[in-house]
Design a protein around this ligand. Structure first.
Ligand code: PLP
Length: 406
């Protein structure tokens, strides 16, 4: 006979046991403050916006939003759904609505919902007349839009040369699509210490602004924004009316080049504090005799008796397989090498020197600080031949995320 059980509760409880992410709210607020100071020092001062795409860079949309909401002027999301989640949060927390912009594409149906919710959308390709049709048909309020200008990334947006034509198409749709802002996005600020390409993008953006101001009625002032984390820090002419800050608000540097340049431009290196830690409780700790192999492919062999901890984390959870045999985790503040290959749901670490004699299970830190040691997302990224953005953004959405330091 099958007994009754509450699958929701039981499944959740098991998931929670495996590994969890800690989001340090005080670090998040500290990083917001760093950018507030960068903005305040600029003349005129741009507004501050936070980018919450990619599940808030893997930190958890639902965990990050309530912490940053009161402290920023703009919230940038990729999907219409996330924009509506911002409005839902504001309703349930009785907070005044923030300015929200959907950076990604929106469908005609979404355009109607966003207009009703007072959310702005980006017009970045020639599909906008269909949005205007849907808005007219719905008979609701118009949608505020920001025009994306492609100044050299080759992703979304109109070329400067297309703007006359696009404005000609937009103007008769003004009852449905209200032009409120103009934006662009940099291609190459992070990978370099000289900013010739970025400055050329700023020049094209200025050219686009000049064309818009001649074409639009003089009372129509547009919100102009271009700078993501790196440009906000190292390229003052890019700051315009708002900063769109993603990775750095999470306490991670866009690149080591950006860190060096920031010190030169700002006179000191801003102290960003990493927001995320990732920990797990091990399965059993056991001792393998000398000569034992560890993991798939038998790529590691113990040369002496070795105490190992089996961790219930693998590449499914976002721990890259490229870290096999390269990375370490922290146990009791000590580095413990990853032995052999990272598996889908497991990895094995050497705790011979880290685990106490009687410890049958240990807590491991995969990312973040433990005692005097810390594992930085940049370090994992270098080992895994990627960037910190990808390390955090790929942390499984299924992992439990706890806000600490609130
Ligand atoms: C991702 C993104 C940002 C934020 O970039 P960071 O380097 O994480 O600060 C800003 N603007 C747009 C359009 C983006 O896609």
């Amino acid at each position: 006979m099958v007994t009754q059980w509450d699958s929701e509760v039981s499944v959740r409880a098991f998931a929670d046991e495996a590994s969890w992410i800690e989001i340090d709210a005080s670090a998040l607020r500290h990083n917001v403050e760093v950018f507030r100071r960068v903005a305040a020092a600029a003349e005129p001062s741009p507004g501050l916006g936070v980018v919450l795409k990619g599940n808030a860079y893997g930190h958890g949309f639902d965990q990050v939003l309530p912490v940053v909401h009161p402290h920023v002027d703009w919230i940038y999301v990729i999907t219409a759904q996330d924009a509506l989640r911002v409005r839902e949060h504001e309703r349930s927390a009785a907070r005044a609505p923030a300015k929200v912009l959907v950076l990604g594409p929106v469908s005609p149906r979404e355009a109607v919902l966003l207009a009703e919710a007072g959310v702005c959308a980006v017009v970045g390709d020639r599909s906008f007349p269909a949005l205007a049709d849907a808005l007219r048909e719905a008979g609701g309020p118009p949608l505020d839009v920001h025009l994306h200008v492609d100044t050299g990334l080759g992703r979304e947006g109109f070329l400067v040369e297309e703007l006359g034509d696009v404005l000609g198409l937009l103007e008769p749709l003004d009852h449905a699509l209200r032009l409120r802002g103009v934006l662009s996005h940099f291609a190459n600020v992070e990978d370099v210490t000289e900013q010739a390409y970025a400055l050329e993008q700023v020049r094209r953006f200025d050219e686009a602004l000049a064309r818009l101001s001649t074409a639009l009625p003089p009372e129509r002032s547009l919100e102009r924004h271009m700078a993501a984390s790196a440009a906000s820090l190292v390229l003052p002419p890019s700051r315009f009316d708002a900063l769109r800050v993603g990775i750095a608000l999470y306490g991670l540097w866009p690149s080591s080049e950006t860190r060096l340049s920031a010190r030169v431009v700002l006179g000191e290196t801003p102290a960003l504090r990493p927001v995320l830690s990732w920990r797990c409780r091990s399965q059993a700790v056991r001792t393998l005799p000398a000569g034992s192999f560890v993991g798939y492919g038998c790529t590691f062999r113990c040369s002496e008796p070795t105490r190992v901890a089996v961790l219930p984390v693998g590449y499914f959870d976002g721990y890259p397989r490229l870290l096999s045999g390269k990375a370490h985790v922290l146990v009791n503040g000590r580095r413990c090498p990853v032995l052999g290959r990272v598996m889908m749901n497991h990895m094995i670490v050497d705790v011979t020197r880290a685990a106490g004699a009687g410890e049958e299970r240990v807590t491991a830190t995969l990312l973040g600080a433990d005692g005097d040691e810390a594992i930085h997302a940049d370090t994992l990224a270098a080992w895994a031949e990627t960037i910190s953005y990808e390390i955090v953004a790929r942390l499984g959405a299924h992992l439990r995320r706890d806000v600490v330091g609130a």
